[in-house]
Design a protein around this ligand. Sequence first.
Ligand SMILES: [Zn+2]
Length: 214
Amino acid sequence: MSNSAEYKQLLQNNANWVEEKLATDPSYFEMLSQGQKPPFLYIGCSDSRLPIDVFTGSIPGQIFIHRNVANQVFLNDMNLLTVLEFAVKTLKVQHIIICGHYGCGGVEAAYTGTTLNMVENWTMNIRDIAMENKKELDAIPDLTERLNKLSELNVIRQLRQLCKTSVMHDAFRKNEYPKLHGWVLDISHGLIKELPIPIEEWKDYGLLPTSYEP
Ligand SMILES: [Zn+2]
């Protein structure tokens, strides 16, 4: 398929999909256009292989989504902070999921430091995570498995970053906060793995309220 045909196919697929939807439910788009009340905010990697709604069998209106390379949470990222504030304060999502994945190019770029492009700048925080966990990572002989472990550590670090945002502070203070979840997706078999969050440790540091329950 030529590049142009592949592009045109997107629009054709859209038209087909709309037709199918209307055939089974004539009011589908009327209902959808009335507003959103998603229970989930998802922060994931931009990787094209990870449409989380497909992997979780979700429907339009269920997941509010923010994606960037290697699912990073920076306290000065206006894009992410705007999404977070809107999700927590206006949509009042019940869960926030940060999802990384094995085979993440961003994590690999950060670990190997072999690129000189923006991805390396963007993922510099992951390089710090690797340095801080050098002993644990060095004990894993296989590079792929080591990078997988780093992907997991990255998710937990980004959740910790999330707890530091003023949006979450405010939500914790008001005792109206979404539950936090860390996921890593293994593209090689499609399954999602839930990662343990060091809740008690974070409570000790004041990152989570003492009343927080997972
Ligand atoms: Zn990735």
